[in-house]
Design a protein around this ligand. Structure first.
Ligand code: ASP
Length: 593
């Protein structure tokens, strides 16, 4: 139906006849001449309809925003003075000979260029209109370029694209499962995969050697922050590899993506042990663009006459840390109060601070509600943090977990608010993670997932699991975890030992993961892999603020689809077929249509 996309028109086509198909972006009536800005996925072109072409003119006169038109006409240079150098097609216009309405359009729920005036809910409900916006098209186009490059890179490296099931058994990655009732096996359920983890390992046992998949994953989490219940991973696995092999491939892939898609040469990827990341940045995904660091001061605070500090300084699971912010003495009372509220979100009970107005004046030169309690250690404190005139020092004192979370988040917020970034892209690898974490419950939890290999032998693992390290690695970019993976356990005895440490006894292990344990007996090669979060990668590369902006049809924070109104009710008949009776009576009656 069309000869060119609107956005493709330029001076080289002057005097050519073209046929455009698209939507009326804007219609202007200029004293007898009608201007139509025609839009399609490639851009916008200006069409002029003058009254000499009477039929075309009458049609254009009826056209309204978002009508679907087919336009035939001749490309010509715009008259001197009316050119628009800010627009790719701004030097030319199309003089219409024929205008055909392919479809009309009701008044849209929001004007495309006024999307900011309506809430995100309206945009999500009418996502097909929201996706007409050039910025949205650009983001999805970028996403498509990225997946195309990823496939090309991995295929060139000998990886095979193999699909794994969506209807499956639980694959634990630390979230709740989405369950699907089986009709043919009454009372039994499939789980949607939290990742293709176990299948990709089985493919290694089969000998495929290098696998990849751009895979949908499903995790029923409480949707804190920027998560989606279904999201996409670039998932890969390889056999006969060690950490350096997988990290090397993953790093080359990301490097080549940035080079080819954004024309950006990423800097070195330093490797940082988990313990160091927590101690210096309070986070296992530190944003290294921000030149602020946490400094331990427990030793200084053990004997101060201030319980808020001395308590955690002496407690085994406590931490007292300082965060010096250069030039921060200019923060107002109100700003400090706001930061105090901010750290409260992470459980911090307060935010102590010292402003260094004039160091040479000793105590006189400091301004702080707490300095009176620590006169004896103040010089050492100022030296250790490297404080100079005009700086502020913030403190966190609590359980180490709270201090890390609160000061870690404060560091990122200060970096953002005070625009402290020193570079545009700061990648790194975080390595040497603990195998397990103690979340306060009766059992240890896997920090990654239970199939990650420890860096010690079975005996050492059993004797002191709390200090065991894993062969896992995470890639972090600008404070976002882009991907993570590990060398896996390929030995049945080790896999059983890890499951035992996690409190999963032999019977339960066989029930849940028998197929994997069994497969490990039949010649499983050493293997490892990694998965990238595609949505987050595209978000970072496109500069989007949330992953919802780079997913065509995302769900809301409460895991619902406003467009289709899913999840939705099902009929009594369907429930019966699935042998399901709802406990909630009101709900049951409601579905009884
Ligand atoms: N399966 C892991 C995840 O989804 C990634 C990996 O270890 O490859 O987080």
């Amino acid at each position: 139906m069309r000869s060119h996309y609107c956005g493709q028109l330029n001076e080289t086509l002057v005097d050519q006849q073209v046929t455009l198909c698209g939507w009326v972006h804007r219609r202007r009536d200029h004293g007898g001449v009608i201007f139509l800005d025609m839009r399609d996925r490639d851009g916008i072109a200006q069409v002029v309809v003058d009254p000499d072409t009477a039929e075309a003119f009458a049609t254009a006169d009826r056209a309204r925003n978002e009508f679907v038109l087919r336009i035939q006409g001749r490309v010509r240079l715009r008259p001197e003075g009316t050119q628009n150098p800010n627009m790719p097609t701004g030097m030319i216009e199309v003089l219409a000979k024929d205008v055909e309405v392919l479809n009309t359009a009701a008044t849209p729920p929001f004007q495309l260029d006024e999307h900011g005036k309506v809430g995100e809910e309206v945009r999500l409900k009418h996502r097909y209109i929201d996706l007409r916006r050039p910025e949205m098209i650009d983001k999805l186009r970028l996403r498509s370029r990225i997946t195309h490059r990823v496939r090309a890179f991995l295929e060139d490296e000998g990886f095979l694209d193999i699909e794994t099931p969506i209807l499956t058994r639980a694959t634990p990655e630390g979230a709740r499962d989405y369950l699907v009732p089986s009709r043919t096996h009454a009372g039994s359920f499939f789980a949607l995969p939290q990742s293709p983890q176990l299948f990709k390992q089985l493919l290694m046992v089969s000998g495929f050697d290098r696998y990849y998949q751009i895979a949908k994953c499903f995790r029923d989490e409480d949707l804190r922050a920027d998560r989606q219940p279904e999201f996409t991973q670039i998932d890969l696995e390889a056999s006969f590899v060690e950490e350096d092999d997988i990290m090397g491939i993953a790093e080359s892939m990301i490097r080549s993506l940035f080079r080819e898609v954004l024309d950006v040469e990423l800097p070195e990827f330093p490797r940082m042990p988990y313990a160091e990341a927590m101690s210096r940045y309070g986070s296992d995904k530190p944003d290294l663009r921000i030149p602020l660091e946490l400094v331990d001061v427990d030793d200084l605070m053990k004997n101060v006459d201030f319980k808020v500090f001395s308590g955690p300084a002496n407690a085994e699971d406590g931490r007292v840390a300082a965060l010096k912010v250069s030039g921060g003495a200019k923060l107002t009372r109100k700003e400090i109060d706001d930061y105090t509220k901010f750290v409260g979100i992470y459980g911090a009970k307060g935010l102590a601070w010292i402003k260094v107005n004039e160091r040479a004046k000793g105590l006189e030169g400091l301004q702080s509600p707490i300095v009176k309690f620590m006169e004896d250690v103040i010089e050492e404190l100022l030296d250790r943090t490297g404080a100079e005139d005009g700086d502020i020092i913030f403190f966190g004192a609590d359980k180490a977990r709270i201090v890390n979370e609160a000061l870690g988040a404060l560091r990122v917020k200060l970096g953002e608010d005070l625009e402290l970034y020193t570079q545009e892209w700061a990648p790194l690898w975080v390595v040497d993670f603990p195998m397990f974490e103690d979340d306060g419950s009766a059992r240890l939890q896997a920090l990654h997932h239970p199939f990650t290999a420890p860096s010690c032998d079975v005996e050492t693992l059993r004797t002191n699991p709390a200090v065991a390290l894993s062969r896992a690695y995470d890639m972090v970019l600008n404070g976002t975890e882009l991907g993570g993976g590990s060398i896996r356990i390929h030995d049945q005895a080790m896999q059983r030992a890890v499951l035992e440490v996690l409190g999963i006894d032999q019977a339960e292990a066989d029930e849940k993961f028998g197929f994997l344990l069994e497969a490990l007996k039949f010649g499983a090669p050493p293997h490892g892999g990694l998965a990238f979060g595609l949505d987050r990668l595209v978000m970072l590369m496109s500069g989007a603020r949330t992953i919802r902006e780079v997913i065509a049809f995302p769900k809301t924070q409460s895991a619902a689809c406003l467009l289709t109104d899913a999840p939705g009710d099902v009929s009594q008949e369907q429930l019966k077929e699935l042998s399901i009776r709802l406990r909630h009576k009101a709900k049951a009656e409601h579905t009884d249509e």
